[in-house]
Ligand binder design. Structure first.
Ligand code: AMP
Length: 429
């Protein structure tokens, strides 16, 4: 057993994993640029109050899962690691006066999130999200545009069969009456409620609806449905989101039990799943409208909508579906080797010049015989070996094409250009 291990619930992304994440992040960047989103980075930790106020005190994320940072005596503020990016981005929107920018402000970020949750397959204490936020547009067209963007991400990275679940969870005009009705309903079935759900009943009854406890399945199926109790404005909004989604060809299903865990959501809520795979650990991503959030954080009332897609889960599903997403590891174009094992200066200098010219090159820095250096270059998958020998005094080197088995003399002054040309003709040939 090694002495130290990555903390429970975290994992190292080794180069093969990192390559998959590179692929996911590149796709996210290209996609969001096409839709007019610009990047933003906010700190990995914020004043804890940003999350407590923004996400809500009576949520799992704040009550149980917030990674609080032990306060140092000289600091007056309590901090916490971000469990999700939306609250921090909304805080930045207010702090930097983005209300005066052209609306909506369309922002995107990708990075690690932290939740002190019980680790299990697909659930980590540090996980990565690709996140998109459009702040300053009340919708409903932008709701559909964002959902379509999320769905397209899965298609472009190669996840098959992703379906969208959508719901409307109402707004301050219609939700309170619905919540009261729901409390009444569950109170009428108190004896049937598991203890955790009974505890949530008085504090955040909406959470009962997305309980995964089998004891709740029947009760939840018969519970009053928010979609039947939306006020006129919310109902019209929801209808319009659905018709826009249909027009865009996004496969979706209404799930009136979908409420999402965070307080700040209003109206549109959605999640992405591989069709047929329900369950909390299966959600590939989710999001929703948060028309109350900016005001909660001290800004002017401003509507917003966004999503967070879990990159760890996307990587897992890609592996399960057998799609190889990591590009094959590319060997160097050239390895610089030399007849004099001790002359690492020359090898390193030539390799440095090639890299300065933009080429993938490495020098063999081990003090070993030429034959061994060449062997290692072959194992590396290098296309060329640049061999430094007696000609070095005349400003020349031998270039061996390791694939073709041919070899010729090239002036050092021409080396980078020659190799670049050879690489180009190889790629296109
Ligand atoms: P949420 O805001 O909780 O719906 O999170 C959005 C997405 O992030 C989820 O659909 C998951 O794909 C991913 N996610 C959330 N929590 C975790 C976690 N603990 N580990 C891995 N992925 C997560």
């Amino acid at each position: 057993m090694p002495t130290f291990r990555a903390p429970r619930g975290t994992r190292d992304l080794l180069p093969d994993d990192r390559a998959v994440f590179d692929h996911l992040e590149r796709t996210a960047t290209s996609l969001t640029a096409r839709y007019g989103y610009r990047g933003i980075e906010t700190p990995l930790f914020e004043q804890a109050a940003v999350f407590e106020r923004g996400i809500g005190e009576v949520t799992d994320v704040v009550e149980k899962e917030l990674f609080r940072i032990a306060p140092r005596t000289e600091e007056a503020e309590a901090w916490a690691l971000r469990p999700e990016p939306t609250a921090g981005i909304a805080r930045a929107y207010v702090q930097h006066g983005m209300q005066t920018w052209p609306q909506p402000v369309k922002l995107t970020t990708t990075g690690p999130m932290f939740r002190y949750d019980r680790p299990q397959a697909g659930r980590y204490r540090q996980f990565w999200q690709f996140d998109v936020e459009a702040i300053g547009d009340a919708g409903p067209a932008i709701d559909a545009e964002i959902i379509e963007l999320g769905h397209r991400f899965y298609t472009e990275v190669g996840v098959q069969g992703v379906e969208v679940l959508v719901n409307s969870i109402g707004d301050p005009a219609c939700r309170p009456a619905y919540v009261a009705e729901l409390v009444e309903y569950y109170r009428g079935h108190l004896a049937a409620l598991p203890p955790t759900e009974r505890d949530r009943l008085e504090r955040n009854v909406l959470r009962l609806l997305d309980s995964k406890d089998p004891a709740m399945t029947g009760l939840n199926a018969a519970a009053p449905r928010i979609t039947d109790r939306l006020c006129e404005a919310c109902a019209a909004h929801f209808e319009s989101v659905k018709s826009h989604l249909t027009a865009l060809g996004v496969p979706f299903r209404v799930d009136s039990g979908l409420v999402r865990g965070l307080d700040y959501y209003t109206r549109t809520a959605f999640e992405f799943y591989v069709a047929g795979r329900a369950g909390q650990q299966q959600a590939l991503g989710g999001g929703g409208r948060y028309d109350g959030l900016v005001a909660l954080l001290g800004g002017k009332p401003t509507p917003g909508i966004g999503f967070g897609l879990g990159l760890d889960r996307v990587a897992l599903v890609l592996a399960e579906q057998g799609g190889s997403t990591a590009p094959a590891v590319e060997g160097p174009l050239a390895v610089v080797v030399g007849a004099d094992p001790e002359d690492t200066v020359s090898r390193l200098r030539v390799a440095t010049e090639l890299r300065a010219a933009g080429l993938r090159a490495r020098a063999d820095l081990a003090r070993r015989k030429l034959g061994r250096q060449l062997e290692a270059a072959g194992k590396d998958g290098a296309h060329f070996a640049v061999i430094l020998g007696d000609e070095l005094g005349q400003g020349q080197v031998q270039v061996r094409d390791l694939e073709a088995g041919t070899q010729r003399v090239v002036a050092i002054a021409d080396l980078a250009r020659e190799l670049a040309r050879a690489e180009a003709s190889h790629k296109h040939g």
